[in-house]
Design a protein around this ligand. Structure first.
Ligand code: GDP
Ligand code: MG
Length: 414
């Protein structure tokens, strides 16, 4: 058994390399995404690495034969210095084999072409007959649909409510939506009309997303990331930092108040190093003022916090002090789409001590039904901002795509 490692920009490319080198008998042992090391590696999309093996028996059949790429090199040699008569003979054999394959393909194509032409001629004759029958059938089906629809106008609303419930939308919102729909939908039997109106209502509720609003007085804009542990605050902060630093050339400073786990500080320090952004670590809420003051030459200060449990009153009191002390210009409440409906409601209630914040949703890739986005927006009235859908920094982030969220809620792609 021989084991080899291949990388490509995606799985397809890596697999192609495996096939070229080991032949189609190769066995794939594992595939994984790998990042290139160093600064530029961080910026690039991960490569796909495939670990493939070939049996030594197969190897004598496949592996030991020159791989196509190697063959290509040999053929190039034919026009070069190759002198051994045997090799020239080999190449001639291969050319004849290819020619015969081409001839087979050509005759196969001719056959397909003539079959299709015959079918077409036959089809034209029968078309008139078929058209007539089809028309009658369509007419009767439409009529039946219309009749059924007449009987089930209310049922359409019922199934629509079910779709929303399955998307984890709060019952109060569903009730209000149905009320509105009944006012606005002109033809209650038309599913299209219902969905188009629903789409408009939902787009309206979700509102226009907003990203960071920068101060205009020359002072740095302080942005704080709050939310439960593990939702993706640090990762998202790094994605936003990468965007503003690389694409908008903003001068950035990091502050982290998450000193409860060594790994948390290390995590942000790693991003700080890669992006060449200075970082201050603060241990008490009072220290944040000084840390902000030390960054007076920056345009953007991103503050990472620990996911203090809202169920632990003492921890949460400390977080409140930190927020008060920082007087941030912007607060992002980071929520993960895979939080349950109830958990999400509870978290939002606990963070209601903040007057002004924006909602940021992570892990859209893990939640097929982003109903909690609608629920949170409806309950808080706060603006949506970014959404993230993956662990990759800096790629997996975008300004919330409202139309897309609505499509997922209405499950129009299913
Ligand atoms: N699938 C997925 N994972 C994410 C996303 N954002 C963050 N994560 C992962 O969630 C985990 C916790 O992220 P972290 O930023 O440390 O969360 P924090 O505790 O809120 O700072 C890490 O493994 C991240 O890679 C996302 O959009 N999708
Ligand atoms: Mg963190």
């Amino acid at each position: 058994m021989r084991i080899r490692r291949y990388t490509g920009k995606d799985a397809q490319e890596a697999m192609l390399k495996v096939k070229m080198d080991l032949g189609s008998e190769a066995v794939i042992l594992s595939t994984r995404k790998v990042k290139k090391k160093g600064f530029f590696g961080f910026l690039k999309k991960p490569l796909t690495e495939v670990l493939a093996a070939i049996d030594d028996d197969c190897g004598s059949k496949n592996y030991d034969k020159p791989a196509p790429s190697a063959k290509m090199r040999n053929t190039a040699g034919l026009y070069g210095q190759k002198t051994a008569a045997g090799s020239v003979q080999d190449d001639n054999d291969r050319v004849s084999m290819l020619e015969s394959k081409l001839r087979q393909m050509e005759s196969m194509l001719n056959k397909i072409y003539s079959d299709v032409s015959k079918e077409k001629a036959q089809g034209q004759k029968e078309n008139a007959k078929v058209n007539h029958t089809a028309e009658t059938t369509i007419r009767s089906v439409t009529e039946k649909t219309r009749q059924t629809a007449n009987q089930t106008g209310a049922d359409i609303y019922k199934s629509f409510a079910r779709v929303l419930a399955e998307s984890e939308i709060e019952p109060v919102i569903i009730d209000r939506m149905l009320e509105k729909l009944k006012q606005l939908v002109k033809n209650p039997n038309s599913i299209d009309d219902l969905f188009a109106t629903a789409r408009k209502i939902l787009v309206n509720i979700l509102g226009e997303p907003q990203t960071i609003s920068f101060r205009e007085d020359g002072k740095p804009t302080v942005v704080m990331f709050l939310g439960p542990t593990g939702v993706g605050k640090t990762t998202t902060l790094a994605k936003i930092a990468a965007d503003y630093s690389l694409n908008h050339k903003k001068k950035i400073g990091f502050i982290t108040a998450d000193t409860y786990r060594i790994a948390a500080v290390e995590q942000l320090k790693t991003y700080a190093e890669i992006l060449n952004i200075p970082i201050s670590v603060i241990y008490t809420p009072q220290e944040i003022k000084e840390a902000i003051a030390n960054y007076s030459d920056k345009e953007l200060i991103l503050v990472d916090t620990a996911g203090r449990s809202h169920k632990n009153a003492e921890q949460f009191a400390e977080l409140k002090m930190l927020v008060a002390s920082a007087q941030a210009d912007e607060v992002f409440l980071v929520l993960s789409c895979n939080l349950g409906r109830t958990a999400c409601k509870e978290i939002i209630n606990h963070y209601s001590f903040i007057n002004n914040y924006k909602l940021l949703f992570t892990k859209l890739d893990e939640a097929p039904v982003p109903g909690i986005i609608l629920n949170a927006r409806y309950a808080t009235g706060k603006r949506l901002s970014y959404t993230t859908a993956g662990q990759s920094v800096p790629d997996d982030i975008e300004v919330a795509d409202v139309e897309n969220i609505v499509r997922s809620i209405l499950r129009v792609n299913e």
